[in-house]
Design a protein around this ligand. Structure first.
Ligand code: 2BA
Length: 107
């Protein structure tokens, strides 16, 4: 069994959640915050059989878009902030971690 952690842009969260549920995967959604941009994002937790991992990746990937976001000026290095030009970074699609699960019980 694997535990999948999928960090998704908030704008894609509804679509990802709906698609995973419709595909029959159990999902827990946690509200999270990216440490760099300090924007809200969504982290999905799914405990699934090993053989389901690829299917989960497909569903998450199909519903997670790349997008450009502006970096807040206070996050720029000091010398860049002084002569401010908006900086952008590419965020997403999704950042996904797959962890081995030793045990899972519903008590
Ligand atoms: P944030 O930490 O807010 O990062 C948003 C985007 O900013 C990142 O997009 C990346 O393009 C850029 N970025 C992050 N740290 C940077 C830095 N030190 N210098 C320059 N640019 C930087 P993504 O890579 O698509 O990440 C989206 C969100 O996924 C992240 O939001 C974070 O919440 C999570 N994430 C990404 N990689 C992670 C990791 N290795 N561990 C934990 N969370 C991660």
């Amino acid at each position: 069994m694997k535990l999948i952690l999928a960090i998704v842009n908030n704008d894609d969260a509804y679509s990802v959640n709906t698609a995973l549920s419709e595909a029959g995967f159990p999902v827990t959604k946690i509200s999270s915050t990216g440490g760099f941009l300090m924007n809200g994002n969504s982290t999905f937790l799914l405990g699934v059989p090993d053989e389901a991992v690829d299917r989960v990746m497909e569903v998450v990937s199909a519903h997670s878009r790349k997008r450009e976001q502006t970096v807040p000026v206070q996050h720029l290095p000091h010398n860049m902030g002084a002569s401010f030009h908006p900086q952008t970074v590419t965020v997403g699609g999704a950042t996904v971690f797959v962890l081995n699960v030793e045990d899972c019980r519903r008590l």
